[in-house]
Design a protein around this ligand. Structure first.
Ligand code: F6P
Length: 547
């Protein structure tokens, strides 16, 4: 008897999917030179603006039909319902049975967002207010260490979302930071990370923030224990912990078990994913650096983009378009990676932050209803470095390699550090790279330069390499919030098209389990049985033990 259980249908069966796929075959290779020549208003038509961000998609491989077809696909994939469900507190993280409400973290006090009949916004502001009071005390020198000295250095201990957001935000907003306070970040379980982070620090003037959503993460707990031992070795009394350690977590029990008074804990909730948590209490180091007021500006920037994402028509919706173009480039045009290229040194850690945001969210091969995806590609690899540095290392491949690498250029009209001609030089390079990628240099143009025939092919730039350019007036907390929210919601949009759950991360589990099994094999004094390992792993373990 045939099973009554319906076989989940692939996105590829949607007529709207097939329409985009057909369109990609016919139009996906159209040269940007021709597209621009045919439409003098292309740059204006394909540029969009909201929340302080100007986004030019005109150098993407899009013709008149592309965005309408992608928008139809988004509608057919139920993107509108998914957005509404997220903002309404629906348990859209189905595999973990959780709501996804990072948007509530930046909702103003006057708004209400309910989860299971309860408004979560007052709780968010209660924590923000506690954070603000704490940060004011530290910043004003009123929070004193165990020996009565003021705090001079803040060390955030965390990993993944409990590190990348804080590091990225601190680096990005350093211009606004209180320079009387130094900030360091420890994430790796490699002891070198801790040793270098505390090098030269006075324990009596150091405050550790142990940041971990679960407070069970091996690396973070190992670093936190080492930090406690380091601090107590100098400060003596256990009572010093209360003055030199605070925790950020959802897990009060584990925090107390570790020995940090929960009065010194700033909480958040299971409906905030780690990679969506930089604006929760996980942003404590950010608030300590830039102060509560500027942190609120950051939240306002996030919120502005949330509202735009929630309400704007898809045709004008920045995150929707960004997400759809990522799907277009990767799933339909075959790109395997997307390069994120900020032309601003303050955004040096933005690509690393985006890697977790995008790849831990959408790096999935199973649909929400459990079907293995074998007929289309999902999330690409995100990577990047600030310009102009990257130009002198990997841009060669983007310009003339055999691979298609769509790029996101991010730049600012005004520098926070206007020094001579530097900003003009920086932005000239940013604009030039996007131009060179799109239009290239033809063989005829190379010949016209008098290049010897044997070098003509080498000096030809094929062009037609897609990019988006994102510009803002200057890098402020508000703009950073909008920029991060742009990518958060673009990732959400792409996840909806790929039909995956962007909010779980089961793929990180197996390695953790195996590492926990190997730890005693490395530490045990007696020769362990390694029969349960493959021959390669067993040999590596033996070699390590024989050191
Ligand atoms: O292992 C992956 C992960 O769970 C990430 O999703 C998370 O951001 C990181 O580890 C750190 O987790 P926690 O904040 O619970 O220590």
């Amino acid at each position: 008897m045939p099973s009554s259980k319906a076989v989940p249908s692939s996105r590829t069966h949607l007529p709207e999917w097939r329409a985009v796929a057909d369109h990609a075959r016919v139009s996906g290779q159209l040269p940007l030179r021709e597209l621009f020549a045919a439409d003098h208003h292309r740059a204006e038509r394909l540029s969009f603006e909201a929340c302080g961000l100007f986004v030019d998609h005109s150098k993407q491989r899009l013709n008149d039909g592309t965005l309408p077809l992608l928008v139809q696909l988004a509608q057919a994939c139920g993107l509108r319902d998914r957005i509404d469900a997220m903002f309404a507190g629906g348990r859209i993280n189905a595999t973990e049975n959780r709501a996804v409400l990072h948007v509530a973290l930046r909702a103003p006090r006057t708004e209400s967002i309910t989860l299971d009949g309860q408004d979560v916004v007052p709780g968010v502001h209660e924590v923000l207010d506690r954070m603000a009071a704490f940060c004011d005390r530290v910043r004003k020198g009123e929070w004193l260490g165990h020996t009565g000295k003021r705090i001079r250095t803040v060390v955030n201990i965390g990993i993944g979302g409990s590190d990348l957001g804080p590091v990225m935000a601190y680096t990005a907003l350093r211009h606004y930071a209180d320079r009387e306070l130094a900030f360091r970040f420890v994430s790796n379980v490699d002891g070198t990370d801790f040793a270098e982070a505390v090098h030269g620090l006075d324990p009596a003037e150091t405050l550790f923030i142990v940041s971990s959503k679960t407070f069970t993460t091996q690396e973070t707990l190992a670093n936190a224990r080492t930090a406690r031992a380091w601090a107590l070795a100098a400060l003596g009394a256990e009572a010093a912990v209360a003055k030199h350690f605070v925790a950020v977590s959802t897990n009060a029990k584990e925090v107390a078990g570790f020995g940090i008074d929960t009065a010194n804990m700033f909480g958040f909730w299971d409906w905030v994913g780690g990679r969506y948590s930089m604006d929760s209490a996980i942003g404590l180091s950010t608030m300590l650096a830039i102060g509560p007021e500027r942190f609120r500006e950051l939240l306002a920037g996030f919120h502005a983009m949330d509202e735009h994402f929630r309400t704007a028509d898809f045709e004008q919706n920045l995150p929707v378009l960004q997400g759809l173009i990522a799907v277009w480039n990767t799933t339909f045009l075959g790109a395997h990676t997307i390069a994120v290229l900020p032309y601003d040194q303050y955004l040096a850690r933005f690509p690393a932050y985006l890697q977790q945001l995008a790849m831990e969210s959408n790096g999935k091969r199973v649909t929400l209803d459990g079907r293995v995806i074998d007929d289309y590609e999902t999330c690409p690899v995100y990577w990047g470095e600030p310009g102009t540095n990257g130009q002198h290392s990997f841009y060669q491949l983007i310009h003339q390699g055999t691979r298609l690498i769509p790029c996101d250029f991010i730049g600012f009209l005004k520098s926070l550090n206007p020094v001579g001609r530097h900003h003009d030089l920086l932005m000239a390079n940013c604009f030039a790279q996007a131009e060179a990628l799109a239009f290239g240099k033809t063989t005829a143009e190379v010949r016209a330069d008098g290049v010897p025939e044997d070098l003509v092919a080498h000096k030809t730039f094929p062009g037609n390499r897609p990019s988006t350019t994102i510009l803002a007036e200057r890098l402020t907390p508000h703009v950073l919030g909008s920029l991060v929210a742009l990518y958060e919601h673009a990732v959400f949009t792409a996840g909806a098209i790929w039909d995956v759950n962007p909010f779980d991360q089961w793929g990180v589990e197996l390695g953790k389990v195996l590492a926990n099994r190997i730890v005693p094999e490395l530490e045990s004094g007696t020769e362990p049985t390694l029969d349960h390992h493959d021959p390669s792993t067993a040999a590596l373990i033996r070699r390590y033990r024989a050191r």
